[in-house]
Ligand binder design. Structure first.
Ligand code: ADP
Length: 484
C-alpha cells in the first residue's frame, strides 16, 4: 500500500508540474506574439491563449483521471491479494504511464510468491516430519507400556522422562507427577538409583550391563535382572539411560525347585537301590545260610524293587503331565464304576491289615468325560493311602455321588486313621512330602498325592481337597464336571 500511496503522490506532483509548464508555455507564446511588430490583433491572441489553456487543462484532466483510475485499480488488486492472502501479478489499463511501477512491482510480487511457496513447502515437510516423529514417539511409548517388565528412562540430568505402568507399580510413583524430576526423589531404592547414575556417567565405556538386584515390593523381596543401557546421541554424547527390570523371582524359585527335585529323586532312588545292592551282596557272599533267611532277603529285594518301580512310574507320570506331553484318552465314565473296580482290587490288602472296607456308591447315571486309567490310578492312590495310614480295626469308606446343582460328580475317600496335622495338611500334595512319623506306618514315595492332584486338577480341570483331624481320620474329596 505504501508503494501505491507514494506513486499517487508522485503522479499528483507530475500533473501540477505539467499544468504549470503548459500555463508558462502559453503565457510565453502570448507575450512573444504581442511583442512582435506584426501582431495587432490582441483579441485573437487572447482567444488563442485561452484555447491553448483550455486544451492543456482538458488534456491534463484526462491524463490525471486515467492515472487515478489505474492507481485505484492497482490499489484494489493489491488489497484483494491481501484479503485473499494470495499473491498474484497486478495489471492496469494505465498504459505506459504506470508500467514503470507495475513491472518492478510484479517482479517483487513474483519473488515474494516464490519465497512464500518455498516456505510453505518447507513448512509442509516440517509438519509431516513432526507428525512422523510424533507417531514414532507414540509407537515407542505403546511398546514400552505394553511390556510387562518395568521400564524407566532418564535423561542426562538423571531426570525421569518416561516410565511404564509396571515401573509405576513396582517403584510406587505416578509418572504424571514425576516427569522431569530427579530419580533421587522418585525411586526410593538407593541401589537402583546408583546403578542408573553409574551407567550414565560410564557413558561410552559402559553402554549396557545386566545386574541381578532384589527390590522390596510391598514387603516381599523380589529379584530382578536389571538391564541398564546408555542412550547415545549421533554425536556420541550420553543422552540418558534406559533401565529394564525383569522379574526373575519365579524363575529362580523354579530353578531351585528343579535342583531340589533332582536331589530328592536321586536320594529317593538311591535308598531302595542301596538296600537291593546290600541284600544281593549278602546273598552272593553266602551270608544267608538257611532257606528262611534267603527267602526273607528275596522278599526285601522284591519289595524294594517294587518301590523303585513305583517311584520311577510316579516321577515319569508327574513329569509327563507337568510338561504337557501326557496322552489323555477321554471317554464317558461313571465314578461309581471306577471306585467299585478299585475296591475289588484292594480287598486283600485291607484284609491283611484288618481294615473294613465300606462303600456308598450311588448308581450314577451321569458321566464324567475322563481318562479311565488316570482316574483309576487317582482313586487307587487315595484308597491305598487310606488303608496304609489307618491302624488295624479301622474303616475306609469310598463314596460316589452327584451334586446336581453344581453339575459335579463327587468322589470321597474317608478313613478312621491317624489323621494329618494342620501344619502338614497344606503340604501333603507337594512332591516328596511325607508326614514325619507316618514313615513308620508305611513305606511311600511322597509322590502319590502329587500325582492325584495333577490328574484331577491339571488334566481334568477338577478339584481335589482334604480335611483331616489328628487321631480321627481324613477325607480326600475330588469332583469332576459331569457331561450330559
Ligand atoms: P506316600 O507314598 O508317602 O504315601 P503320598 O503323596 O501319597 O506319598 O502322601 C503324602 C503323605 O501324606 C504321606 O506320606 C502321609 O504322611 C500323608 N497321607 C496321605 N494320605 C493319608 C491318609 N489317608 N491319612 C494320613 N496321612 C496321609
Amino acid at each position: 500500500m505504501a508503494v501505491t500511496t507514494a506513486t499517487t503522490r508522485r503522479l499528483g506532483l507530475a500533473t501540477v508540474a505539467l499544468v504549470s509548464l503548459g500555463a508558462s508555455a502559453a503565457y510565453y507564446a502570448t507575450m512573444t506574439a504581442m511583442r512582435s511588430p506584426g501582431v495587432r490583433l490582441r483579441g485573437l491572441n487572447w482567444l488563442v491563449l485561452s484555447l491553448v489553456a483550455a486544451l492543456t487543462t482538458l488534456l491534463l484532466t484526462v491524463l490525471w483521471r486515467r492515472v487515478n483510475a489505474a492507481v485505484a485499480q492497482l490499489t484494489e488488486q493489491l488489497e484483494r491479494m491481501a484479503r485473499q492472502r494470495q499473491i498474484g501479478l497486478v495489471m492496469t489499463d494505465g498504459g505506459r504511464e504506470l508500467e514503470q511501477i507495475t513491472r518492478p512491482l510484479n517482479r517483487l510480487l513474483t519473488v515474494v510468491r516464490e519465497e512464500i511457496d518455498h516456505l510453505r513447502a518447507e513448512n509442509r515437510e516440517l509438519q509431516i516430519r513432526s507428525q512422523v516423529a510424533d507417531a514414532e514417539k507414540r509407537h515407542t511409548e505403546a511398546i514400552i507400556f505394553s511390556i510387562s517388565d518395568a521400564v524407566i528412562v532418564t535423561n542426562r540430568f538423571d531426570e525421569l522422562i518416561l516410565a511404564n505402568n509396571a515401573a509405576e507399580r513396582l517403584l510406587g510413583f505416578k509418572l504424571a507427577h514425576s516427569l522431569r524430576r530427579n530419580i533421587d526423589h522418585i525411586v526410593h531404592d538407593g541401589t537402583l538409583v546408583r546403578l542408573i547414575r553409574e551407567t550414565r556417567s560410564g557413558g561410552r565405556n559402559l553402554t549396557r550391563k545386566v545386574v541381578e538386584h532384589t527390590i522390596d515390593h510391598r514387603g516381599q523381596p523380589r529379584t530382578f535382572n536389571v538391564t541398564l543401557s546408555c542412550v547415545m546421541t549421533s554425536r556420541g554424547d550420553v543422552s540418558g539411560v534406559v533401565a529394564v527390570l525383569h522379574d526373575v523371582t519365579r524363575d529362580k524359585e523354579i530353578a531351585q525347585m528343579k535342583t531340589d527335585f533332582v536331589s530328592s529323586v536321586s536320594h529317593e532312588l538311591r535308598t531302595p537301590l542301596a538296600s537291593i545292592k546290600a541284600y544281593v551282596e549278602m546273598l552272593v557272599d553266602g551270608e544267608a545260610t538257611d532257606e528262611r533267611t534267603r527267602r526273607e532277603f528275596y522278599e526285601i529285594i522284591a519289595g524294594e524293587a517294587d518301590r523303585l518301580h513305583r517311584l520311577i512310574d510316579n516321577i515319569l507320570n508327574i513329569s509327563r503331565i507337568e510338561s504337557g506331553v501326557v496322552r489323555v484318552v477321554r471317554e464317558p465314565l461313571s465314578l461309581s464304576e471306577v471306585a467299585r473296580q478299585v475296591l475289588d482290587v484292594v480287598v486283600p490288602q485291607a484284609r491283611a491289615r484288618g481294615i473294613t472296607l465300606a462303600d456308598r456308591l450311588e448308581p450314577i447315571y451321569h458321566h464324567v468325560e475322563a481318562d479311565r486309567d488316570m482316574i483309576y490310578q487317582a482313586v487307587m492312590n487315595l484308597v491305598s493311602n487310606a488303608i496304609k495310614y489307618t491302624p488295624e480295626g479301622g474303616t475306609v469308606t469310598v463314596s460316589a455321588s452327584v451334586d446336581e446343582g453344581r453339575g459335579m460328580a463327587v468322589c470321597e475317600v474317608s478313613d478312621t486313621g491317624v489323621g494329618i496335622s494342620s501344619e502338614d495338611l497344606p503340604h501333603v500334595f507337594d512332591k516328596f512330602y511325607r508326614v514325619q512319623g507316618h514313615s513308620r506306618m508305611a513305606k511311600g514315595t511322597g509322590l502319590g498325592l502329587t500325582l492325584v492332584k495333577h490328574i484331577i486338577e491339571t488334566v481334568h480341570d477338577g478339584k481335589l481337597s482334604v480335611t483331616s483331624e489328628m487321631g480321627k481320620g481324613s477325607t480326600f474329596r475330588f469332583e469332576l464336571p459331569i457331561v450330559n
